[in-house]
Design a protein around this ligand. Structure first.
Ligand code: PLP
Length: 402
C-alpha cells in the first residue's frame, strides 16, 4: 500500500478524505466544468461557514459590546468565543498574555501594528527589517512608520530583507550578518504569495536572535498548514479570513505581550464586522476538524505535481524553488502556490487562454514589492477543494501551448 512520506495515512485514504471535503463547497461542486485556482486571492467557503452566517443573521444578529438584550449579548459572546478559538487554533501557550484584534484582512492588520504599536517600540537609531520582495501589504506600512517617526525627529533605519533569488527564500545567513543589537523589529512572510515557499521562520529567529520582535504575515499559511505560536517564536500573526474559508473583509491580528509594549489598537474602531467574525469562527472550526496537516499534505502534493512537470516543459519558467521537497528538507519547501511564465505568451494572454478552458488563475504582478519580479506571471494557488484531475487537465492544456 502506498503511504505518504510524513504520515501513516495512505494516498487512497487521503483521496477519500479530500473528496468528502470538496463535496462541502457548493460553489465548487456547482461548477464542475470550472477549476478555481486563485485561492491565494480569496478562498471558497464550505457549507458549514455559509450555515453559520445564515444562522447568525436569522437568529441573533445585533451589534457587539453595546446592547444588553439577548441578541446583543449573544453577539458579544460570539466575538469573544472567536478570540478564544483563534488562540486555540494558533496553539497560543499563554492566552492571558496575548491579544486578538479583528480586522478586514492582512493589510489592515499589518497597518494597525505599524501605526498603533511600532512607533512605541522604536527609538532614534533603531533598525527594522522589511521584506522588500514580499506583498506590498507587508512593505508599505513599515515605510510609512519610518516616515511618520522621521517627521517627529526619530530616525530609524530600514534594512531590506536579503533574498536567495533562485529559490525565492530569504537569505538567512545574510540576515544574520545584517542584524545587530539595534535591529528591533523584523517583518516576514510565512508562505510567499508568488514563490510559494515556506519561508523557514524558525531560521529567521536564529538569524535575528532572541530579542527582536518578529511580525508574521500569515495570509498564505493560515488554513493551509499548521501555524503554531508555540513552535514559532513570533510576536504577531496577521491574516485574512477570506483567504482561509471565512467571509470577505474578515481577518485578525494575534499579538503576544512578550517583547515591547502591549498591543492596544488605538482610536475608536466602531462596529465590528460581526458576521465576518462569526464566519471566521466557523472556518477555523472546519479547518481544525479537517486537519491543517492533511490540507498541507494535499496541496503540497498537487503543487509538486504541477511544478515537477512544468519545469521540464521548455516553454515555461517556474518562479522560485524548482523542486518540490519533502517536509524535512533543509532547503526550501513549496506550499500550494505555483507561479510561472510562458516564454512567448504574455501572462495576461495566458490567463485568458486558461479561462477559455475553465481555469481561473491570477495573471499580473501579484502586488509584489519593488524588489520582486519585473514582469508579469501566472499564479496557480490551491486549497483543499482542488483535485489531481484539475492539475492534470491544466498540465495538458499548458503542454499544448508549448
Ligand atoms: N500578504 C500576503 C502574503 C498576501 O498574499 C496578501 C494578499 O494576497 C496580503 C498580504 C493582503 O491580504 P488582504 O488583501 O486580504 O488584506
Amino acid at each position: 500500500m502506498t503511504t505518504c512520506a510524513d504520515d501513516t495515512t495512505t494516498i487512497e485514504e487521503l483521496r477519500k478524505w479530500q473528496r468528502a471535503l470538496r463535496a462541502q463547497f457548493p460553489i465548487v461542486t456547482g461548477h464542475p466544468d470550472l477549476a478555481y485556482l486563485d485561492s491565494a486571492a480569496t478562498s471558497q467557503k464550505p457549507q458549514a461557514v455559509l450555515d453559520a452566517v445564515h444562522t447568525y443573521l436569522t437568529t441573533t444578529n445585533a451589534n457587539a459590546g453595546r446592547g444588553t438584550y439577548p441578541w446583543a449579548n449573544r453577539t458579544t459572546s460570539l466575538v469573544e468565543e472567536t478570540r478564544d478559538r483563534l488562540r486555540r487554533f494558533l496553539e497560543d501557550p499563554d492566552p492571558q498574555w496575548s491579544a486578538v484584534h479583528f480586522t478586514s484582512g492582512t493589510t489592515e492588520g499589518l497597518r494597525t501594528i505599524a501605526r498603533d504599536w511600532l512607533p512605541g517600540l522604536l527609538t532614534d537609531g533603531d533598525e527594522i527589517v522589511v521584506p522588500v520582495a514580499d506583498h506590498q501589504a507587508n512593505i508599505q506600512p513599515w515605510l510609512d512608520t519610518q516616515r511618520q517617526l522621521a517627521r517627529q525627529g526619530t530616525h530609524i533605519r530600514v534594512l531590506p530583507m536579503p533574498y536567495q533569488h533562485a529559490s525565492g527564500d530569504y537569505d538567512h545567513n545574510a540576515l544574520a550578518q545584517l542584524a545587530g543589537p539595534r535591529t528591533r523589529f523584523v517583518a516576514v512572510t510565512h508562505v510567499h504569495h508568488v514563490y510559494g515557499g515556506n519561508m523557514n521562520i524558525h531560521r529567521i529567529r536564529q538569524a535575528v536572535g532572541p530579542d527582536a520582535v518578529i511580525c508574521l504575515d500569515a495570509a498564505q499559511s493560515i488554513g493551509h498548514l499548521p501555524v503554531s505560536v508555540t513552535r514559532l517564536d513570533v510576536d504577531f500573526v496577521a491574516f485574512s479570513g477570506h483567504k482561509s474559508l471565512a467571509l470577505p473583509g474578515s481577518g485578525a491580528v494575534w499579538a503576544r505581550h512578550a517583547r515591547g509594549p502591549e498591543f492596544v489598537p488605538g482610536g475608536w474602531s466602531g462596529t465590528p464586522n460581526t458576521v465576518g467574525i462569526v464566519s471566521l469562527a466557523a472556518a477555523l472550526e472546519w479547518l481544525q476538524a479537517a486537519g491543517t496537516d492533511r490540507i498541507e499534505r494535499w496541496t503540497v502534493a498537487l503543487a509538486a505535481r504541477l511544478t515537477d512537470v512544468l519545469r521540464r516543459l521548455d516553454a515555461y519558467e517556474v518562479l522560485g524553488c524548482q523542486t518540490s521537497l519533502a517536509a524535512d528538507s533543509p532547503v526550501q519547501r513549496r506550499q500550494g502556490i505555483v507561479t510561472f511564465r510562458h516564454r512567448e505568451i504574455g501572462a495576461g494572454d495566458l490567463g485568458f487562454i486558461l479561462f477559455s478552458h475553465g481555469f481561473m488563475v491570477r495573471s499580473d504582478h501579484h502586488c509584489q514589492g519593488g524588489a520582486g519580479e519585473k514582469s508579469e506571471s501566472v499564479r496557480v494557488s490551491l486549497h483543499v477543494y482542488n483535485t489531481v484531475e484539475e492539475i492534470d487537465r491544466l498540465l495538458s492544456v499548458l503542454a499544448t501551448l508549448g
